[in-house]
Write a protein that binds this ligand. Structure first.
Ligand SMILES: [Zn+2]
Length: 83
């Protein structure tokens, strides 16, 4: 399988109360149900632990969510300290 060589890096939306990931290609919101662990029989051949599939009709990009998830974790930690 070589059709997933092109992938994008998901971005963390700023100033959102709930961590929201954006498609690195078209910047539309990645639905939570299309973000999943890259493992098991659905595994994509990508160097990422978490994959997000864009649901925009004209995009459909495969996004690597690792960095955005880490950023979301950091943000959560900072919020916890602030509260
Ligand atoms: Zn997209």
């Amino acid at each position: 399988m070589s059709e997933y060589h092109d992938f994008y890096t998901a971005q963390l939306a700023e100033n959102s109360t709930v961590p929201t990931l954006l498609c690195g290609h078209c910047r539309s919101i990645l639905p939570a149900k299309r973000i999943f662990a890259n493992e098991g029989e659905n595994r994509y051949d990508l160097p990422c632990d978490t994959i997000g599939l864009c649901s925009a009709d004209d995009c459909g990009a495969v996004n690597c969510c690792d960095e955005a998830m880490r950023a979301a974790d950091r943000e959560r930690d900072e919020n916890r300290i602030a509260v």
